[in-house]
Design a protein around this ligand. Structure first.
Ligand code: AMP
Ligand code: DBH
Length: 576
């Protein structure tokens, strides 16, 4: 594909990003999608209306809208006193905790553009984000091994010349970092918010990715705020909504579809759960009278398994959203009777486009499709992956999208952008979909080289690159294999020099390289060599066929059978 028609702005003051062309920007404003208001409104408006309503509840405390407003201003003022200012960037890693939103709004108020790493991310992911963004500020949690001592910070400082401040939540016992809690509680009388202009970047989202380096997605106030308002409308949230945030708090789905930010916009309450584990979530739903929850398919499957005898605890639950990965129709149909609530399918992406089944849809659409785009001006094309010509409704094709909240380019990734955007600025998500005559989409596959492990995305290339650095690994290919619970799991096909590598060695090695646990291969297969396509590339199609039908045992090309893991692998994983 050719490079984009959009321009890149190089302001000395603000974060650069690929903008929408002026004609489209004008149109989105005229249609009322872009309102030129900062996302700080998501907190200040409900705070004006109902300051005493609880915005957040966790097992460790709660915050009213007024308290969240005050604490985020206090933190912003404390950061400002330490010389931080609009136009800078930050890397933040916090768990599902109250402070996540204190920090999020503080940075919005100050005009500092953060990326919020998932709590499952490790040294490699955080280092990559930091190297890309060159942040002035890093915020982490002492609950995470990376921030439990100063080793990681010291290492980062070597390559981060602009780093001014490191804040750690939960007791800092080392030099070079300040206590997040202490800054949150400093006085803020003199603070005047300086958010970035609404058509500039508010924060970065994370892409599930398919490349060697995790990519960052710039999201502007205008585009993200619209996606939240529209989601609130479609999902019919109001100030009575009580949302259980059980997936990772920083994930695009949990944040914006309509997610925690949608709940704030509606003036409702977000209840924080540490994860989607069924029995604990059932307890929280009953205790806090939760009305809505967003889950990935594997979590819904586990909830269905666990629910007998617990139905009474779910009496307040009205809506269960499922998204992030394909959800089997058979499970979908069980949700109303067994969990006692309505099901809504959500097909979204951190890059933008979000599709919902609507609350008044018929059963066929609700249970067998992933809904349709939320905005009438989302331009979706379904095309032949080769010719890029439109395919007929009912036929599978590659999804292309352009719209008022779909980004126009990954951060500082011109080469990759040239591959995934066409000359008209349409983004190819790599998903294969079928569109029906009513415009509903069904996700039927993908062409991106990724494993969707129960909603957590693993970029094959990222793991293959790491594997190839192992002294005993000569060739490596990471593929997906079907899994009953997770939908997909990962299989590393490896050609090793010694032929003696064990699955457990591979996982130990990757873990030591500092990657998130969900990216470790679930299985390892040793092969004599990798099968090739006619043009000489690794044939992942053939590898997947072998993985399903059995590797050709006894065949010359394969000299080792599958090594299954001896390690206990976790079954319930949140999205990422
Ligand atoms: P991410 O890049 O991490 O934001 O993940 C977005 C991707 O997740 C999409 O491009 C799809 O591949 C996948 N996805 C999200 N929701 C669904 C869904 N409801 N059904 C199937 N795949 C989904
Ligand atoms: O998987 C996703 O990224 C996702 C799923 C549902 C998403 O970003 C969203 C809704 O907004």
């Amino acid at each position: 594909m050719s490079s984009q028609a959009t321009s890149t702005v190089n302001s000395a003051e603000l974060v650069e990003f690929s903008r929408w062309p002026q004609a489209l920007a004008d149109f989105y404003r005229q249609q009322g999608y872009w309102t030129d208001r900062p996302m700080t409104d998501l907190l200040s408006l409900p705070c004006q209306r109902r300051p005493d309503t609880l915005a957040l509840i966790s097992e460790h405390g709660s915050l009213s809208y007024l308290e969240l407003e005050q604490r985020s201003s206090q933190l912003a003022a404390a950061l400002q006193r330490r010389g931080l200012h609009q136009g800078q960037t930050a890397v933040v890693q916090l768990a599902n905790q109250l402070e996540y939103f204190v920090v999020f709004f503080a940075l919005l108020k100050l005009g500092i553009t953060p990326v919020n790493a998932l709590f499952s991310h490790q040294r490699r992911e955080l280092t990559s984000y930091a190297e890309q963004l060159q942040p002035a500020l890093i915020i982490g949690s002492a609950e995470h091994a990376l921030f439990a001592d100063k080793g990681f910070i010291d290492e980062l400082r070597l390559s981060l010349k602009q780093l001014q401040l490191v804040l750690v939540d939960g007791g800092v016992g080392y030099a070079g970092a300040e206590s997040l809690q202490q800054l949150i509680h400093e006085a803020a009388e003199d603070f005047q918010p300086t958010p970035t202009p609404a058509d500039e970047v508010a924060f970065f989202q994370l892409s599930g990715g398919s490349t060697g380096t995790p990519k960052l997605i710039p999201r502007t106030h205008n585009d993200y705020y619209y996606s939240i308002r529209r989601s609130v409308e479609i999902c019919q949230l109001d100030h009575n909504t009580r949302f259980l945030c059980a997936l990772p708090i920083a994930h695009n789905y949990t944040m914006s579809s309509p997610g925690s930010l949608g709940v704030f916009y509606a003036g409702g309450t977000v209840v924080l759960a540490p994860g989607p584990e069924a029995i604990n979530c059932f307890r929280l739903i009953e205790k806090y009278q939760v009305s809505m929850v967003a889950l990935v398919p594997s979590a819904v499957a586990l909830w269905l398994q666990a629910v007998p005898g617990h139905q009474q605890q779910l009496a307040s639950l009205q809506l269960l959203q499922v998204g992030g990965a394909s959800f089997a129709e058979a499970l979908a149909r069980r949700v109303p009777a067994e969990l006692g609530c309505q099901l809504q399918q959500v097909f979204g992406m951190a890059e933008g486009l979000v599709n919902y089944t609507r609350l008044n849809d018929d059963d066929q659409h609700r249970y067998t499709t992933q809904g349709y785009p939320m905005c009438p001006d989302d331009e979706v094309q379904v095309v032949d992956p080769e010719s890029r010509l439109p395919v007929a409704n009912g036929q599978p094709g590659l999804l292309l999208v352009r719209g008022p909240y779909t980004f126009r380019g990954y951060y500082r990734a011109p080469q990759h952008n040239a591959e995934v955007f066409n000359e008209d600025g349409f983004y190819a998500s790599g998903d294969l979909v079928v569109r029906d005559d009513a415009g509903y989409l069904q996700v039927v596959g993908r062409i991106k080289d990724q494993i969707n492990r129960g909603g957590e995305k693993v970029a094959a290339e990222e793991i293959e690159n790491l594997l190839l650095h192992h002294p005993d690994i000569y060739q490596a290919a990471l593929i997906s294999v079907p899994d009953q619970l997770m939908g997909e799991k990962s299989l590393a096909c490896i050609v090793s020099h010694s032929g003696k590598l064990r699955a457990i060695d591979v996982r130990k090695y990757l873990r030591a390289e500092g990657i998130a646990e969900y990216k470790l291969p679930d299985k390892v297969q040793l092969l004599a060599r990798l099968p090739l396509t006619p043009v000489g590339k690794t044939s992942k199609t053939l590898l997947r066929q072998w993985a399903e039908a059995g590797f050709p045992a006894g065949c010359d090309e394969v000299h080792a059978t599958e090594l299954s893991l001896t390690e206990a692998s976790t079954t319930e994983q949140p999205a990422g």
